[in-house]
Design a protein around this ligand. Structure first.
Ligand SMILES: Nc1ncnc2c1ncn2[C@@H]1O[C@H](COP(=O)(O)OP(=O)(O)OP(=O)(O)O)[C@@H](O)[C@H]1O
Ligand SMILES: [Mg+2]
Length: 302
């Protein structure tokens, strides 16, 4: 369900300029390259956009380690009145307040179009947002840069396979990711599939082994884990997995201590989550352990 529609981007920009003036004019757009600052509104994050030149405002070091240890190890991430706004002005989800503690597994659930993917994409810096994302209590000013691999890794609802080998797909030419690839492949429950296909140098995709939907999901998950990010944003990552693989997968993520914010409509996944966030009509309807929510919201899970 579309939660609403905003004016096209160019009008929103003008609105945000006015907003910046209203709130004191000192901050925001010019400080975006600084990534994290004391407060923030109207942050935007469109992965393909070129960085705007702007005034630089001194602040904490904000670039995540290049696929290494995160520059800002996660203690907690807060969404504060977060509204995700797509490029055409469609509001995907609005006014979300949520704190996720390090090590938690939080899953979003809700009907088709309720805003799960929009929220996750905003949390990964891929969709514009209004409101604030706070990393360890500090507002993220430049989500496009800050909420990216090294700090946050993202698995899309429909992940892509790159042409090349398993290794190419997992490590993406990054040295550190190569060193983390073994664990990532194991934790993504992909080891047996890689062996059956002839090893990590076996080609996949168009010119190689054809992968099933579940294998593509786990390959994308291995890629995300190999980035070494603290926060994994995983959109429906277990939808094509069988029950036992799925349980193994959640268990492995738990043992790694990875903080996960994901989306799922599978009861088996919701049951292992620390908390489930029910979305409906583009808003949060309920939050809690699935056992507590199931009586009212069980119809959403299969
Ligand atoms: N790229 C986009 N551009 C414009 N609007 C979008 C875009 N992606 C999603 N929307 C809209 O945002 C709203 C929320 O959609 P979203 O994909 O976030 O829901 P969802 O809960 O992930 O659905 P599903 O269960 O199908 O995965 C819908 O109205 C949808 O049409
Ligand atoms: Mg979705």
């Amino acid at each position: 369900m579309v939660a609403g529609r905003r004016p096209p981007r160019r009008h929103r920009r003008r609105g945000r300029r006015l907003l910046r003036h209203r709130v004191g004019g000192r901050h925001h757009r010019g400080a975006r390259r600084a990534g994290v600052a004391a407060s923030g509104h109207g942050a935007r994050g469109n992965a393909g956009r070129r960085a705007r030149p702007g005034r630089h405002r001194p602040g904490p070091r904000t670039r995540p380690g290049a696929r290494g240890a995160p520059a800002h190890p996660l203690r907690h991430v807060d969404l504060d009145h977060l509204t995700a706004v797509h490029d055409d002005g469609t509001v995907g989800v609005q006014d979300v307040d949520l704190r996720v503690e390090a090590g938690e597994l939080v899953l979003l659930t809700g009907r088709v179009g309720s805003g799960k993917s929009s929220l996750l994409a905003a949390l990964a810096g891929l969709v514009d947002h209004e409101g604030t994302v706070r990393w360890n209590g500090v507002a993220v000013q430049d989500p496009q840069t800050f909420l990216r691999p090294g700090q946050v890794s993202y698995v899309a609802q429909v992940p892509r396979v790159l042409s090349g080998s398993f290794d190419d797909n997992v490590a993406l030419d990054h040295e550190l990711a190569r060193s983390l690839a073994d664990d990532a492949v194991a934790d993504a429950r992909l080891t047996r599939d890689v062996a059956a296909a002839g090893g990590r140098h076996a080609l996949v995709g168009h010119r190689g082994v054809r992968l099933s939907g579940g294998q593509v999901q786990r390959l994308a998950l291995a890629r995300a884990l190999a980035s070494g990010a603290d926060l994994l944003v995983a959109d429906d990552v277990s939808s094509a997995l069988d029950a036992s693989t799925e349980l193994e997968l959640w268990q492995a993520l738990r043992e790694r201590g990875t903080t996960v914010v994901g989306a799922s409509s599978k009861r088996s996944a919701l049951l292992v989550a620390d908390r489930v966030v029910v979305l409906g009509e583009g808003r949060v309807q309920a939050v809690g352990p699935w056992r507590e929510l199931e009586a009212d919201w069980g119809h959403l899970a299969g």
